[in-house]
Design a protein around this ligand. Structure first.
Ligand code: GMT
Length: 376
């Protein structure tokens, strides 16, 4: 199949999922066209089946806001015609499903019928999309998609609860490429650069937005390091980062916390982590938790949104109510203070991650693509 993938090119989970999906589809012989405003961060172009088309939005002084949706839908029309693309798969409803629908209509006018699959990722439904200023357009473009998928049952339920959606929503969970992890395990890592042998390594990776509850991450770690030698790896960047740095200073733990900023080396960091923290306010899936589990890292998380579908309580880690940092710290310490318990949780985390192997998930998308093409 020839597939156009529209996504955000940034470090966020939806862009990562879209990129990894496209690369694996290309690996399986499909022709993939990424269409977005910048080359996605995890996109390797060294594959003849992978193409990247940049959306340019010309600056014009009259525009207070540059019309990205217009440029994206025009680019989609041009690329579908030029490469004879069979279907569009748009990740994140805003504004991608809206632009995709416009492209479909323009193409229809020229006698070209192309199905559009929309994958909902989380904040496009629970935070931004739900805003009254966007809601009618988001509802409309979801209802006009030929196929709609969500990354968890929880997000599916939220979508039906928050919007008037008449379409069936198919749950296809996010995935992980486990073969890559097996191969990369051979690479010798430099744990000793980060921590001493006695110190446990605790990691958090996110976009440092309010929804991630960054102060909770620091407070959980503060309680852990009172009980045992430990280091905290804070990976990512966003509006809450500076506040977090000040909080570490206030608590006197700045020497024990490393702020990496956005990193392309998260696999390396996870490969030597002992525990992963994700106490988010809401999380439709929690891809970062799954990435940690694929490196045999147990997860201490909140129980909000789709997290219970990924992190199994008492097995791959523990779940607590949002904001219950006392319980989260207690559970973290219970895992970390006993080597055989830690080993058990590490092996469980990997076992659970195996259920989300890309090899099991990718055929679900392929089936939906086939039926969308047949029904269009
Ligand atoms: O807030 C983020 O984590 C970024 C956001 C995104 O759109 O990239 O992540 C959402 O999509 C990810 C991939 O499907 C999910 O794993 C995250 O749980 C989801 N974030 C939220 O629901 C807050």
């Amino acid at each position: 199949m020839k597939i156009a993938i529209v996504c955000y090119p940034t470090f966020g989970g939806s862009g990562v999922v879209a990129t990894e999906l496209g690369l694996e589809l290309a690996h399986r012989g499909h022709e993939i066209h990424f269409i977005t405003y910048r080359q996605p961060v995890r996109l390797a172009l060294l594959n003849p089946n992978v193409h990247y088309h940049e959306v340019n939005v010309p600056e014009y002084p009259l525009f207070h806001y540059q019309p990205y949706e217009l440029a994206l839908s025009s680019k989609l029309v041009d690329m579908v015609k030029l490469y004879k693309i069979d279907l569009m798969h748009v990740h994140y409803a805003i504004p991608h499903a809206y632009a995709g629908y416009m492209a479909k209509q323009m193409l229809k006018d020229e006698g070209i019928i192309i199905p559009m699959i929309t994958t909902l990722h989380g904040t496009d439904i629970t935070l931004v999309g739900n805003h009254p200023h966007y809601k009618p357009a988001v509802s409309f473009s979801i209802n006009k998609s030929d196929v709609v998928t969500s990354v968890s049952q929880s997000l599916k339920d939220d979508t039906y609860a928050l919007f008037n959606i008449k379409k069936e929503i198919h749950v296809i969970p996010n995935f992980i490429e486990l073969d890559k992890h097996r191969n990369e395990k051979q690479i010798s890592c430099q744990r000793s650069v980060m921590a001493t042998k006695e110190e446990k390594i605790i990691t958090h990776i996110s976009n440092f937005r309010k929804v991630k509850r960054i102060p909770d991450v620091i407070n959980i770690f503060y309680k852990i390091q009172q009980k045992m030698p430990a280091k905290l790896m804070m990976v990512g960047d966003g509006p809450e980062k500076e506040k977090a740095e000040f909080l570490c200073q206030k608590l006197g733990i700045q020497e024990r916390v490393i702020f990496f900023g956005n990193s392309n080396e998260i696999d390396k960091i996870l490969s030597y982590s002992d525990l992963f923290l994700l106490p988010s306010e809401t999380e439709s899936f929690g891809l970062a938790a799954l990435e940690a589990m694929a490196w045999s890292v147990p997860v201490i998380s909140s129980n909000s949104g789709g997290l219970p579908e990924v992190n199994f309580d008492g097995i791959s880690g523990y779940l607590s109510n949002v904001g219950d940092t006392d319980e989260m710290a207690k559970n973290a310490i219970a895992i970390l203070e006993n080597d055989s318990i830690l080993e058990q949780f590490k092996s469980n985390a990997l076992n659970v991650a195996q259920q989300f192997d890309i090899k099991n998930i990718l055929p679900l998308y392929e089936e939906l693509y086939q039926s969308a093409i047949q029904n269009s």
